[in-house]
Design a binder for this molecule. Structure first.
Ligand SMILES: [Zn+2]
Length: 64
């Protein structure tokens, strides 16, 4: 991040979309299991979305 800490217009738009999702569990994110997704703040105006797969998920196994 550079500058004075203000969000750009694009970042502000993202913030308004993802900010309310913080801490929420969103259904989906994987076609193979009953995964859910969480949204966590990464830095100002930036969120990371994590997909939480079931233990048995083949996608998860393929990745590890
Ligand atoms: Zn999965």
């Amino acid at each position: 991040m550079s500058g004075d800490g203000k969000l750009s217009e694009a970042q502000a738009a993202i913030a308004s979309a993802f900010g309310p999702l913080e801490g929420a569990r969103l259904e989906g994110g994987c076609g193979e299991c009953n995964a859910y997704q969480t949204v966590e703040p990464f830095e100002a105006g930036v969120w990371t979305m994590t997909v939480h797969h079931d233990d048995w998920c083949p996608v998860l196994k393929a990745r590890s």
